[in-house]
Design a protein around this ligand. Sequence first.
Ligand SMILES: Cc1cc2nc3c(=O)[nH]c(=O)nc-3n(C[C@H](O)[C@H](O)[C@H](O)COP(=O)(O)OP(=O)(O)OC[C@H]3O[C@@H](n4cnc5c(N)ncnc54)[C@H](O)[C@@H]3O)c2cc1C
Length: 429
Amino acid sequence: MFEQSSRHVASYYAHACADHLVERDALEGEHDTEVLIIGAGFSGLHTALRLVKAGKRVTLLEASRVAWAASGRNGGQAILGWSCDMPPLEAALGYERARRLWDGMRWAAQELRALPSRHEFDCDYRPGHLWTSVLPRRVGLLTEWQHEAAHKWGHDGLRFIPREQLSEWVASDRYQAGLFDPEGGHLNPLKLALGLAAAIEGAGGRIHEQSKALGYREEGGRYVVTTEHGCIRADVLVLACNAYLDRLDPQLSSCVLPVGTYQVATAPLPPAQAAALLPNNACVTDNQFVLDYFRRTPDHRLLFGGGCTYLGGMPRDIAAATRPFLERVFPQLKGVELEFAWGGHIDLTLKRTPDIGRRGDLYWLQGYSGHGVLPTLAGARAVADAILGQPDELALYQGLVNGRFPGGKYMAAPLEAIGKAWYRLRDSL
Ligand SMILES: Cc1cc2nc3c(=O)[nH]c(=O)nc-3n(C[C@H](O)[C@H](O)[C@H](O)COP(=O)(O)OP(=O)(O)OC[C@H]3O[C@@H](n4cnc5c(N)ncnc54)[C@H](O)[C@@H]3O)c2cc1C
């Protein structure tokens, strides 16, 4: 469906990681492994690392380059929670089991902070995430979540920031209030993925790039996967292909709708100007339905994203499409040079709940619906542990039934686009 290329998109991250991009051999000839993971984004990489550390023989196949897709292009915001928020999870699972999922999310936030030093890499992690409210009527959502997080989910470190104190956090008049989460944070996602890949290889795992899985079949109780130049047999197969799964497994791919989303990075700003935009260096997300998100980089740029397209492509000029939104938040940056502009695809599910499950020895992780930096890590633990014989956490995810988009993807995309227009209207009222 989407062309996968051998080069990373021209993003700020590819620029920042240019000296660390190594090329890995494609799969050639006949191979054998215990666990085969298709897709080297966060889902595949986190799953692989946990499994190699537990002594499994693991091979990863990546159609393009490690973290070529969403994992190497995202906003880098490590936000606790899932795209759907907690109500659908609690409705599907009941409180006790939803609470265990939430605890898994907090584990993921802690684990993300520990991974770089444990595996000796840097990913520019900085602590702190700030939710903001644009509309006065949605300030209540921040205080409600603060209360619910503390009293229901045991997450009591959230701090409400009233409007009169917001200038200490973000130099914008657009917001009515904020909610600070010290357990969230932000990072360079491509650096994280490259660090994970090196850790996997250091522990004996194998990664093949430029190795698109063309199909899989079951044979003699094992899985056989073919690529253009090779073939590999495995006891266990994990599909971690996100928005790109497509014909590899039509049944699973019918549960996710690929949606384009994009962002920009300014040229480096004078350090004092960059620091003044976000004095505490937290990353920021607003609570509009069609949201803006932004953060600073270590080299004093502003990364700003938010737009999305439901009909497959990207705006022809991403910078031009994003600039009005950036300047609406920060009028002081009017006319600022936008050095990088890029997009990627996320995988929406019908209810925005993650789609993580198994059929026998076939496992999959997808459906993060645009919010995957921490959810991929939480989901990968569930899948890896199930492969290692502890299926309890995966069983929680299996209780979330998403289903197919009515009318299939061809109908779903225009319907989602209409839905988005409606919510954008509500955002503006
Ligand atoms: C622009 C953008 C901004 C975002 N911002 C944020 C954010 O700030 N915070 C947040 O939490 N989330 C964010 N997200 C979402 C987050 O990036 C994703 O949810 C997450 O990276 C998904 O990881 P993944 O490994 O499941 O999928 P991906 O990273 O998409 O990886 C899938 C991989 O599978 C490979 N693949 C597919 N098919 C095959 C095949 N047949 N054979 C071999 N390989 C194959 C692909 O090439 C790809 O590398 C954003 C996403 C985008 C696009």
